[in-house]
Design a binder for this molecule. Structure first.
Ligand code: SAM
Length: 663
């Protein structure tokens, strides 16, 4: 016996500690349990070789290294409850019993079970309970277990075993299709419905024969018909996705009530010219307004233009010298029949309601510099003509560039016009300093003027840095959008809730896309997450193919273009291949664990703005993203069509140039 104990130490030192088993508990337990007791008398001299040995009934005692690896992978700690499926000789159960509090072990062959039981008794290992039966169904009466080890290969993880894991419990199981070769999996239960999975490498085990394993004839048993690892990502999407009814259906917005508790719900779009994106966002917005008290609709639109819509939907008179709204490229982005429906509905909804219950419509963007300057001046002309004269002089510095602010940056460089910065900042501060006095006359009018003054200051910076290119101008723009949203919420009070409509590139958290990773760009979605945490929902919208309203180049005419079917290596293609034509998919940690892991791999996603260039689509429109971190949810329309533009250049469904006021 003395010889064998030396052999045992050697086995532990060479085959276990000498490889990668560092777990003290495991090494000590394997030094303690006499493996020779668990093999037939004729095999004892081989007991400390690192190999499996026959134990009768066509079965084997596992190789010591694999026993150690599995116990180590399961992280068995002192006092824990453990289940083993496939007692065989009883050796692994004996080793575990030296670490755990209690070990339950199941063996399907009664003679093997009887032998193992005798061995436990002889060694006085009395914290092991053994029974004969089908272990693929687990041991429900003794569950939950902190660890489950399966010593036989299954076609897939038996659901019963997953269910019998305690939260935080680990299941270590060989899984493979051919009954002989498997991959060792560790499944950790992270919550009542959530699991994480790791691959621990290739192994070879005898088959797990039972209701949730293999049938006796080697076929997959009825209780375990389809292995999870055979499922493709599109199949997993099809299973996890919530199919959406038709956009005309009254129930379309039902599933979106899951976001109603949020302070801010951000609705994206994969292009600026897709009818379904506008219609879906209208339906969702209506529902959030009607049933959940949202009173702010904030758009990726220019503040002064959206302010005219706001006056219209809130039944306030238009500004005296108001110009028609959304006259500059890209007109169709807000002058389209689908968006007009939201405007019409909001106006009707606000009719006759007190001011504090009315829903406002606002622009977060900063491109209409001229419109903002005019609005500040007109306001001051009304409330404080002296201040208006000073403001006129200050803004005069920017006058030459009002029509073409993009050239301002160059002028600053060549002619030292940096003094404009000081002038527009001083103007903003003065206006804000007189907040109490001005706001006392009309709070809404003041909010509008202050926001326009902020915008002039932000736009001055924006056009100045735009000249240098890089991330700074984009970051200024999205920071301005975020600050504008905050001002809107503040103005409405601590309970105020907002729906934001903007492109996916603004809403999908930039840290999880190429924008943040490769270009140091941030966006309003990221800033909202950082600020509101769980109080914001980022919802992306995507499509596979169809048509879109877009231009080939900036200032070119709008065209209805064909959207190329999504490329094979993209997020969109996975959604298309799911076969579900319209759906809502919840994303993020703690949702569908398996799908989440599969989607974590960075993939391309398509971004069509107001410009679409199908010929160079890959370079111009695809960027790498990590979808389940970019958004909290993803809305899918497999086939989409272009918006219906309205206005002078697009005589549409009878909507006049003076829209919206001419309605
Ligand atoms: N842990 C064992 C040891 O240390 O000796 C090795 C077990 S051996 C590799 C696999 C065992 O799983 C066999 O004894 C086999 O009879 C048993 N087995 C296979 N399917 C089973 C099932 N559904 N329930 C219980 N035992 C099963």
């Amino acid at each position: 016996m003395a010889d064998l104990s030396r052999a045992r130490d050697r086995m532990v030192d060479v085959h276990l500690a000498g490889r990668d088993i560092r777990d003290r508990n495991v090494l000590d337990a394997m030094r303690e349990v006499p493996r020779e007791v668990f093999v037939d008398a004729g095999m004892r001299e081989f007991a400390y070789e690192d190999s499996p040995l026959p134990i009768g009934e066509g079965q084997t005692i596992s190789q010591p290294y694999i026993v150690a690896l599995m116990i180590h992978a399961a992280g068995i700690a002192a006092g824990e409850r453990v289940l083993e499926v496939g007692s065989g000789s009883g050796y692994a159960a004996a080793v575990m019993s030296r670490i755990a509090g209690r070990v339950h072990t199941i063996e399907r062959h009664a003679p093997l079970a009887a032998q193992a039981r005798e061995r436990f008794e002889a060694l006085r290992y009395d914290n092991i309970e053994l029974r004969v039966g089908d272990g693929s169904r687990g041991w429900p009466e003794a569950a939950p277990f902190d660890a489950i080890l399966v010593a036989a290969g299954a076609p897939d993880t038996p659901p019963a075993l997953r269910e019998q894991l305690a939260i935080g419990g680990r299941l270590v199981i060989p899984v493979g299709e051919d009954g002989q070769h498997q991959r060792l999996r560790r499944i950790t239960r992270t919550g009542p419905e959530t699991y994480e999975q790791d691959d621990l490498g290739g192994v070879m085990f005898v088959p797990l024969i039972g209701e949730q394993g293999w049938a006796e004839d080697g076929r997959r048993a009825a209780g375990n018909p389809v292995p999870a690892r055979e499922r493709s990502v599109p199949e997993m999407i099809a299973e996890a996705a919530l199919p959406l009814p038709d956009l005309d259906d009254d129930d379309f917005a039902d599933p979106f009530e899951r976001f109603a508790h949020c302070r801010v719900v951000m609705l994206g779009e994969a292009s600026h010219g897709t009818a379904e994106f506008y219609r879906a966002r209208t339906e969702i917005t209506r529902r959030l307004v009607e049933r959940h008290g949202f009173t702010i609709v904030a758009l990726e639109a220019d503040w002064p233009d959206a302010a005219a819509l706001d006056r219209h939907v809130r039944h306030r008179p238009p500004r005296a010298d108001a110009e028609p709204v959304f006259q500059r490229f890209p007109t169709w982005m807000w002058r389209n029949a689908e968006f007009a429906e939201l405007v019409v509905w909001l106006r009707a909804r606000n009719h006759g309601r007190p001011r504090e219950q009315q829903v406002g419509m606002h622009g977060l963007d900063m491109y209409n510099l001229g419109g903002s300057i005019a609005a500040v001046l007109e306001y001051l002309d009304k409330v404080d003509p002296e201040a208006a004269a000073v403001a006129r002089e200050r803004y005069g510095c920017l006058t030459p560039w009002q029509k073409e602010p993009g050239t301002y940056g160059r002028a600053v460089l060549t002619r030292g016009y940096a003094k404009c910065e000081a002038e527009v900042t001083r103007q903003l501060h003065e206006l804000l300093q007189r907040r109490l006095e001005y706001a006392a006359r009309d709070g809404d009018e003041f909010l509008d003027a202050a926001q326009n003054a902020r915008l002039v200051a932000a736009a001055e910076r924006y056009y100045r840095v735009m000249y240098y290119g890089g991330a700074q101008s984009w970051n200024l723009r999205d920071t301005h959008m975020f600050e504008t949203l905050q001002h809107l919420l503040d103005a409405r009070g601590p309970e105020a809730k907002a729906v934001v409509w903007a492109h996916n590139s603004h809403i999908g958290d930039a840290r999880h896309t190429e924008m943040g990773r490769a270009r140091d760009e941030l966006n309003i979605g990221q800033l909202c997450r950082e600020h509101f945490g769980e109080g914001v929902a980022l919802v992306g919208l995507g499509t596979h193919a169809g048509t879109v309203a877009a231009a080939h180049d900036w200032d070119d005419d709008m065209q209805v273009m064909k959207v190329r079917p999504s490329r094979a290596d993209t997020v969109e293609r996975l959604c298309h291949d799911s076969g579900v034509r319209r759906f809502l998919l919840d994303l993020g940690e703690g949702r569908d664990g398996a799908l989440d892991r599969r989607l974590l791999e960075p993939r391309l996603e398509r971004f069509i703005g107001v410009i679409y260039r199908p010929d160079t689509e890959l370079q111009s429109h695809y960027a790498e993203v990590t979808l389940p971190r970019q958004f909290d949810a993803w809305v899918w329309f497999d086939e989409t069509r272009a918006v219906t533009p309205i206005g002078p250049t697009h005589p549409g469904p009878g909507i006049p140039v003076t829209w919206p006021t001419g309605l």
